[in-house]
Structure formats: C-alpha cells, structure tokens
Design a protein around this ligand. Sequence first.
Ligand SMILES: [Zn+2]
Length: 428
Amino acid sequence: MPKGFLTAVMVAAASALISVAAAQVTVVKAGKLIDPDTGKVLTDQTIIIRNNRIENVGAGLAQPAGAKVIDLSKMTVLPGLIDCHTHLADGAHNGEPLGQFKKTAAQVALESVPNARVTLESGFTTVRDVGVYRALTDLALRDAINRGDIIGPRMFVAGSYVTISGGAGALTGLAPDIALPWDLRYGEANSPWEVRKVIRQLAHEGVDHIKILSSGAVLTHGSNPKSQEFTPEELQAAVDEANHFGLRVESHAHSPEGIKNAIRAGVASVEHATMIDGEGISLAKQHGTYLDMDIYDEDCIQEDGRKGNVPKDFLEHDAKLGQIQRDNFRKAVTAGVKMSFGTDAGVCAYGTSGKQFALMVQYGMTPMQAIQSATSAAADLLGRSNDIGSVKAGKYADMIAVAGDPLTDIRLLENVQFVMKDGTVYKQ
Ligand SMILES: [Zn+2]
C-alpha cells in the first residue's frame, strides 16, 4: 500500500472525528414559545439544537453536557418569520424599474447584499423571492447565502418573471428600437409553448418556484392593473409544466379576472389579489389557494410619491387601489381563505416588513392568525412544513424572540431582538 494512501486514510479518519466532536449543541431557554401549528403559547420551554436542526423541545428537558445556553427566559420565542413576497435581489430600493438600465447585473447583485442582511436581522429567516428584472441574480444571491459568503435569509427564488411581452413583469417604457439584453427579457412568453419553454429553462437553472403575472401592474410603465394578462390556456400550461419539475406557481394579479384565471389554473398563491371579488374569494376557498396580500406597502408608495420618488403613472395606477385591497383582505380573512404573509419588500425599504403585521390585525386577523400567516401557513405555501414554520424537533433551528407578548402588542414584531437561523445567532 503506498504511504501516501495510508496518510490520506489517517487524515480522513481524524477529520471525521473532529467533525463529530465539533457537533455544536445549543440550548435555548424560552420563557414563552408561540406554536403556530396549534395556536397555543407554551411556557418555560427548553429547545435543544444540534448543529442547524432542532433536536427536541419541551418543558423540563435535561440539558446536554457542554451545551451552549442562550437564556431567553424573559422573552417570547417564535419561529423565524417568512415573507412570501420579496424582491431582495433587485438591487437598491428604488421606485423606478428603468433604473435597471444604469447598472450592470453585477452591480444589481452586489447592491442586493445589504437587502439580504437587513431582512434577516429584522427577523425574517426565510423569504420566497418572487422575481427579478435581471434574470438569475436571485439564484446567485441565494447560493452565496447558502455557501455562507454573505449573510441573509434562506431564499426560495423564481429566477425571473414569466410575463407577456410588454406585460406586468416586462421592462417597458423604452423606444421600440431598443433591443434588451437576454437577462432583461428572459421570462417573456406569448403562447402556451413559449410559457413551457421559459419554465423548462428556469427549472434547468435551479429555481425553487415559478412567478407568472396574470394581470397588469401598478409599478410598471404602460400597464393597467385592471387588465388581464395571459390566457387561461397559457396559465394552465404554466402550472402543468412547473408541476412536471415539482415546482409551484404563484401569480401576480390585481384584476378580478386575472385573479380567477390564475386560481382556476391551479396556482399555489395569488399575489396582491387587490380587486378580488366574491366569486374569486369562493374560488380561492374551493381550490385551497393562498392569497398573499401586501397590504402595508401602499403607505410606502404614497410616502415615496409625496417625496417625488414614484413615477406619476404609477401613482395614477395606485390611486384608490390600496384601500380596495385592504377592504378585500378583510373579506377574505372573514371568509376563511388561506392567507400567507407577503409584503412586496423592495416597494417599502428592506428590513421594514414587520410593519405589515399591525395592518393585518387592523383589517381582521387575530394576532395569532397574523403570526401563523408568516410562519406555519407560509411554510405550507412553500411546501416546506417539514423544515420551517414552527419550532419543532427535526426542523431547522430558525427562531426569533421579542421582549413582551406579541399577541397583545403585535407591533413588537417590528423590533425583533433575537434572530437565529440554521442554529447560528445573527442578532442578540
Ligand atoms: Zn412583487
């Protein structure tokens, strides 16, 4: 046997021993622990974490020898929050999509680094990022976080918008003789087969879900949020093709018909759902479709508008829609539709998504329902209930804590004091 081989075996054995010995065990002492799965609050819980997973949770558990102890006995611990509608990888917070033309893809990606950090530090340990103008920058951000190169939440990404030409997810407002580079027109599709082709490409690139747009948009030039985009055939093709790859589809939709077409096609969630009507609410209930309604960001659009930072046509699109959406949110909650927490982060500054909880309570949710929308319900929408959404044995050690009781003061979630993701503490 060559000597080099023996040495290699010994080195491998030694490093295996080191990695066993280095298994980090952490114990979190939680004064209160909110369990969104049951809607109950548990007291004096011991959470045992081995490496990045929760090993056990309960009252009076024995503390493993040598464990690192984190004392949150005077705080309320919750599962890490999940925002199901973000745009972290779209660069710096900016109301004008045409700003994309002033930057390279590398600039956009690097500008997104602080977005990821502030999102995690504000208590959101997971996001479903629902599209970028520069295709695939979101995959780069996701992978850099997973490698540990940069700090950010667990990201599930769409790769690009799947949109009709000139539609809600397209970069519009340019002279027709300007040809866009490949990554700024990646997701344009104008037939069921073009939709399938784009989704096949995105699946090949390794996206986690598919984002389509079935109505016009507020924040797109030349778009009318009251219109419908894609035909029912195209939407069905999207859901069918995505399902071949095990991917779920979310659809942006403001208009009543755009919302209903998407629900009938079988999407997992409707984003915004601004003008959903009674029939749309019944359909969502019948199909088990989540509504992911961004009812806080209206305040930011109007405030940025007063500062002159929002294009005039966007403000015209937006007029009155904010209040309509909030009223329809209340109707959907009352009707018992499945609701997830999505903010459209990027419209408001990154790191401020927690402000939506108070609006959700103001418009009909109990504080527990609002918390469930951003934990257990969001995990269900993502199809990741085995890994995230509650503090349970076997799941990732993603948790946050606040001083006080968020069930009596939901605004405490705007100021999260402790953040752990994957067993690592990012804020304390
Ligand atoms: Zn969005």
